[in-house]
Design a protein around this ligand. Sequence first.
Ligand SMILES: [Zn+2]
Length: 860
Amino acid sequence: MMIKKYSLLLLFCGGMQGVWGQGVSYALARYRSTILTDIHYELAFHLPAQKQTAVQGEERLLFHLAGNSLAGSAGSGGVAAPLLLDFKAPAEALYRVRVNGRSVHPVITNEHLALPAELLHAGADTVELGFTAGNPALNRNSDFLYTLLVPDRARTLFPCWDQPDLKAVFTLTLTAPAGWTVMGNAPLEDSTAMGDSCRYRFRPSDKIPTYLFSFVAGKWSSTTQTVDGRPMRLLYRETDSTKLRLSLDSIFRIEGQALHFMQEYTGIAYPFQKLDIVAVPDFQFGGMEHVGAILFKASSLFLDSGATREQFISRSNLLSHETAHMWFGDLVTMTWFNDVWMKEVFANFMADKISKITLPDGNYDLKFLVDHYPAAYSVDRTAGANPIRQELDNLQDAGSLYGNIIYNKAPIVMRQLELLVGTGAFQQGLRDYLQAHEYGNAGWPDLLQALQRYTKVDLTAWNAVWVDGTGRPVISFQTPGTHSGIDHRVVQRGEDGSRRLWPQVFSLALVYPHGIDTISVNMNARFVSIAAALRKPGLERIVPDANGYGYGIFEVHDHFTQWLLEDGMGRLGPVTRAAAYINLYENMLDGKAVTPEQLLAFDRQALTREPEELDLNQLLDQLGSIFWRFLTPAERKAAGPGLEADLWQTMLRVPAGNEKKLLFRSYGNIVLSKKGEDRLYDIWKDRHPPEGVKLSEDDYTGLAAALALRVYPGYTDILREQGERIQNSDRKARWQYLQAALSADTAVRDRFFASLQDPAARRKEAWVLTALSYLHHPLRTAYSEKYLAASLDWLQDIQHTGDVFFPQSWLAASFGYYQTAGAAKIVTDFLQRHPDYNPKLKAKILQATDNLFRARRIMK
Ligand SMILES: [Zn+2]
């Protein structure tokens, strides 16, 4: 363990009030886990029809206390010190406390309620509480709400022991307005109509941690299908009949396949009482794996026939990811949130395997590569890079652990580990681990131990660099010509200049006049000779990372881009091509081998002849990034017309609808010419897309926004008419919210930005992020630079009041497209003014502003 050990003695010196600060510290959590068992929450919430009216709650908390094991002077019942319940709420929110039948004056100190030792006894105890539930985790809308308690927000909703290793049974009662639908972790026991409301009682839940407790209520449509032999209910608010018709069966089918796969792979039958799903409009995550009631972002589930292959794969992955969590995370839960990455990596790891079944025609090595590598590099290349496994002293900072390293580097590392240990042995190790800890808790050391039994590889050394370390190797090639006395060999060194080793297996493509050989390189040392593989005469070129497994920056040789265009693209497979594109982009960011202008020129030509959709998407992504991040406004003006023409012509020419759509989106993203804007306007006005391109309502909404950002003549009418075209009430409300951020009137935008200082105005995080992308659109950065200082000043508050992904998404949406010295200075000044800033948040700032500082270095 890397986490500090506190002395338990502290607990008994002067009581706990002074020792325990806010949040849930690691030491407090460890202490409580030694004394508490058999926890049962009986919870009742009264949900009013008006979202302004407070939600009232009642709680009966039953538990077993191992009081007599404590040292020190015991109270009358044998318990030494007060027992802290977590409740992050204003003082007046708690109005009734009874401990074992005796009333206690309700006082909240440092987000805790102290249960007096003299009223507790070793053995069974009961605490009764009356309280006003906090709103932050209730996600209340006018006619629906859903709870989202991960990682430590259960304590804002009701008094509890908010730590993942105190699993409990929850028996929930909800009173809701008549006509609402409700869902919880457990099946419904009964319901009773009571005038204009209705009371729903749920059965006792399975044993779950507080962060997985959840309920949903409100006006929802509902449908049920039988999935892998069990009934599964779906709640949704989508009204687009085409999307529903094209999506509902697919959603249930994928769920069924995911369930089936997980049961087979783990050897453990679905471990909970029921499994239902909810499609939440503008959900702030992709999904959340609440036991028995998984929440999903609705727009990721409901696709129409215009959806790209990328979107279909993402949907399959998302459904599979959350379903895999039922075993990894829900059945076996991390002991402490420092190991939250484990449940995420295995959910992704399983999702990749499941999608091979749900979408059998995909190229999964290609998908894995384009999904995970660019995203992992986007953090690991920065000065703010974090290791996969991080320390966590207090649960209130758990949100800062999440990010691309957990979601994207960890799967890469896990795939390398599976390769190293062997597929069968790896599966056996996972099964042992799940069976040993089912319905309980375990951590990474437990899994390493389970795997070590099946391999001779030293997992401790492997773990030190890949899981506990940060950064990437630079991998280069030496030939006898360049250094005397040596053979052909592959060399690795740290990107940071260090001599660390990243043991990994990747492959090289050896290009000969009449074919390509692929060789595997076990890169387990600083120098690895490949001379033996190069004996065949006529070697033309070595293309690095042919199978896309390699992690790091691979040195590119002279004229590589020219060779790719003239010869390589036609001869290399789609995975090798995508690895080459990604690697070229990394070389550009490093200021090596290729400049932004050169890579843009390459991407432009490559996109006209790239036949594979995922490769094309990769090219278009990096093309958009180079265009907006690494060209000056003058260079954009010069490059724009040619680029627009290439994208438009290629879109007309390619046969596949999905590729047409990707090219059209990319075109709409970079359009700056009058001709291009007129074209977008005509398409929007007549709702008449180019031949073969299918556009959805969301696409037209995007077009209207793009025209407004370009201050197209009559744009206010365009925005208004788009609002009238939108029928779904949730999407209508979203569009209304976004109007101020789209306005050409800077005073309106200033007021909107200023309003974001208030946490209440930031509650709908998905909306805020879209609004920020408009405020800080690259066409507006010159004006909006003045928002950056405040965006940093508010960051700590944003972390305290927002959901886990919000601080980093806030930073990314704010700083994503700046390139000036002025913007860079705002960041450096801020960091200098705050030398003791929260290190995890500082790392997020360094991650989000990395492109800004690179732009300063690599733009001429
Ligand atoms: Zn997850």
